[in-house]
Design a protein around this ligand. Sequence first.
Ligand SMILES: [Cu+2]
Length: 130
Amino acid sequence: MSKKLLWGILALIVLLVAVFLIRRQQPTETPATTATTAPSAQRITVTYENNAFNPPEVKIKVGDTVIFDNQHSVAIRVSSDPHPIHTSFPELESDTLEPGNTYQLTFTKPGTVNYHNHLNPKAGGKIIVE
Ligand SMILES: [Cu+2]
């Protein structure tokens, strides 16, 4: 092995040790992000009974979850207005909920969402997301 090669290898080792030592001095863990942490999300239940949503109007915060709980004697379907096209807030669209079944949705942007029971469109409600 030539002396040049040995010096080259030695220089490389010194360089690697230096890089290792420098990196070790830097904090390895990123500081916790406190500014962007949202307050704990709430879960709000809206019950459907006697052909009506109860409460008919709820005020929630972005990130909160609304649980629709069918306590009625027949199936319901939760859909955004207007009936029957449900285009105002397509994210809110349950399957058919048999009695005792629930449907839940987390609201990720502010706004007002009007909805109804697609199987009995006269029954409706409102969710205000702040
Ligand atoms: Cu409908």
